[in-house]
Design a protein around this ligand. Structure first.
Ligand code: CDP
Length: 217
């Protein structure tokens, strides 16, 4: 039987950073489900679609999406750096409201990672995607701290300088949208363990979660 860890939480709460470290230590595949929403947006924006109709769904279904070294490849290309922009982040949150997009992402996850030992981060992993996950965590941090982390990430990965205020407002808007949508909103699963990360280092958070994994596995 496969071993599944679900990590949910809002933007910048540290999900991907912690999940990547824990994946290596525990021999799990790390998957950021948000990357699939971002790929849908990247494609939508690139091809200048105007709505999510059957034509769009057909076209994203034709993309060859595979997984290698912690990243999704689209038609054999790693487009990771194109997925991190504020524009794609905000647009992904808009698209994620759509039932057909959510269905597409969840089918892809199932197709690529069936029966694998995984640690997956997102918004609805513990509630919708893997309600029977072996362990569920819900990471939180203050909006300001999450904005600072995202600013640093944009600088490191894309060499993009972005004002803290712009990022703060964008994340605030995205939080609101992700929490309040009707389908699969960002919520803590009843059985998820909450980890408050504002004043904790990556090592601290990793230790806390690793201890819980060791007790469970
Ligand atoms: O990295 P960050 O937390 O900023 O975002 P992400 O995990 O890459 O997700 C981008 C957007 O996709 C989020 O704002 C959500 O609207 C959406 N998403 C979702 O609806 N469900 C998921 N399981 C993962 C992401």
């Amino acid at each position: 039987m496969s071993f599944i860890i679900a990590i949910d939480g809002p933007a910048g709460s540290g999900k991907s950073t912690i999940s990547k470290i824990l994946a290596k230590k525990n021999n799990l595949i790390f998957i950021s489900s948000g990357q699939l929403y971002r790929i849908c947006s990247w494609f939508y924006l690139k091809k200048q679609y105007e709505n999510v109709d059957d034509k769009f769904i057909n076209e994203i279904n034709k993309l060859n999406i595979t997984y290698e070294n912690d990243s999704f490849l689209v038609n054999n290309k790693n487009i990771g750096n194109e997925l991190i922009s504020n524009e794609v982040s905000m647009h992904a949150s808009n698209l994620a409201i759509n039932e057909k997009i959510r269905e597409f992402v969840n089918l892809k996850i199932n197709e690529i990672f069936k029966n694998k030992d995984i640690i997956m981060d997102g918004r609805d992993i513990g509630t919708k995607v893997f309600p029977n996950a072996n362990l569920k965590f819900f990471l939180t941090a203050s909006l300001l701290e999450r904005s600072r982390r995202r600013q640093k990430e944009l600088k490191q990965k894309n060499n993009t300088k972005c004002s803290l205020l712009k990022i703060y407002l964008e994340i605030k808007k995205r939080d609101k949208q992700d929490k309040n949508r009707e389908i699969a909103p960002l919520t803590k699963a009843k059985d998820a363990i909450v980890i408050k990360t504002t004043n904790k280092s990556i090592e601290d958070i990793e230790k806390i979660i690793q201890k819980i994994i060791d007790e469970k596995r």
